[in-house]
Design a protein around this ligand. Structure first.
Ligand code: HEC
Ligand code: HEC
Length: 326
């Protein structure tokens, strides 16, 4: 009897242990702490109306804050820097598909809380939109509203609209760095805002075991959506090197990534690139795949890759991939 109670206690401890191991790392999902039991989606609020005309460095146009965040026709600050946008990218489709350019920017570089989508192969882009549509791509953090929005958009798009968006973003080559990686013991104090961490003032705090990916200029990114205003990722000291070992050799825990993602991690055939992409985004994807929230047919190839990685391994991996030139 005593023995079986002890056994039960042990089994319970193990299951609680795995439960905690499966908590989505909050820094990658845009929250300050893990989700509590019964947590549900936190909706994205519409921006407060503000008619004051604004501009960004180098642009000639002026837009009000309301226009900048118009879900069906957001600001396009630099129209000469990208091909003509298909209607769905520029305007979305009333009432369930928002303009792709709103979150991913017209140049497709995207932000930490969503994803860089430029330069992806058309084949992968279409495949992954279908995964969203079939609910094979969900977020491990139930609060992450914009993953649900992607599902909603994909469900309401025609195949032609998906193809047009895929061809548009795929044709924009991603070559300039967008995220600067800095190894550091400290990071600026940030506050979460709709999935993005915004720096407040100049106060620093210990970084600990996380990555703080934040806009270089919070106002330019959050309010103005300036597609020239980039990001900085504070990563723990030594993480890039540890990540490099796992990525290039596998370290007995995983498969070297270059086999499928290309030796330079810039993508290979339909397999997406990893180099220079948002570490928060890639962390979410690896974690979601490991925990079976992302599970399309192609995800099968990634399952054994992530199966034995700890959250720290994944953090080190994405610190390294983010530090590579895109
Ligand atoms: C409200 C913001 C928002 C809008 C608008 C938006 N997306 Fe997204 N998109 C996201 C988020 C968030 C993710 C990443 C989800 C995650 O991390 O779980 C994403 C991911 C993607 C990905 C996956 C990229 C990859 O590497 O696998 C593709 C493709 C994509 N979006 C296409 C589109 C298209 C096409 C449109 C326009 C119809 C669009 N998105 C509009 C927020 C948005
Ligand atoms: C056997 C081939 C293979 C290997 C090895 C591999 N990957 Fe992948 N990876 C893929 C495929 C295929 C996809 C697309 C999965 C999908 O569509 O769901 C992918 C997707 C990803 C994504 C999501 C990208 C996005 O745009 O959403 C990440 C992150 C990733 N891999 C990281 C890695 C890392 C890190 C390694 C090495 C430790 C690695 N992969 C090794 C085949 C591979």
């Amino acid at each position: 009897m005593k023995f079986s109670i002890a056994l039960f206690a042990l089994a319970f401890a193990v299951s609680v242990g795995t439960m905690f191991a499966a908590d989505p790392p909050p820094w990658a999902y845009g929250f300050e702490g893990p989700p509590q039991a019964g947590a549900t989606v936190i909706p994205v609020p519409p921006a407060k109306p503000d008619p004051t005309p604004r501009t960004v460095p180098g642009a000639t146009a002026k837009y009000s804050r309301t226009e900048i965040s118009n879900r069906f026709g957001p600001a396009d600050w630099f129209p000469s820097e990208h091909p003509q946008m298909p209607d769905v990218v520029a305007h979305g489709k009333q009432s369930n598909v928002w303009a792709c350019g709103l979150c991913h920017y017209p140049n497709g570089k995207g932000r930490a809380e969503n994803a860089g989508v430029s330069g992806l192969s058309t084949e992968y882009f279409i495949h992954t939109m279908r995964d969203f549509k079939n609910e094979n791509r969900k977020s491990a953090d139930p609060r992450k509203a914009n993953t649900n929005l992607m599902i909603q958009f994909a469900k309401n798009m025609t195949d032609d609209e998906i193809k047009a968006a895929a061809e548009y973003f795929g044709a924009i080559k991603w070559t300039t760095p967008w995220i600067k990686v800095v190894e550091s013991k400290t990071a600026p104090k940030t506050k979460p805002s709709n999935g993005l961490f915004i720096t407040e003032g100049s106060e620093m705090e210990p970084l600990g075991n996380r990555i703080v990916e934040t806009p270089v200029d919070g106002e330019a990114t959050e309010v103005l959506r300036d597609p020239h205003s980039s990001f900085i990722a504070y990563v723990p000291i030594g993480s890039v090197k540890k990540g490099e070992a796992l990525v290039t050799k596998g370290g007995g825990k995983t498969t070297a990534c270059g086999v499928c993602h290309g030796a330079d991690l810039k993508g290979l055939g339909p397999v997406p690139s990893l180099a220079g992409r948002s570490p928060s985004y890639l962390m979410r994807q690896m974690f979601d795949m490991q925990q079976n929230f992302r599970k399309g047919t192609w995800t099968e190839l990634m399952k054994p890759v992530v199966a034995n990685l700890t959250a720290d391994d994944m953090l080190n991996i994405v610190a390294y991939t983010a530090s590579r030139t895109p």
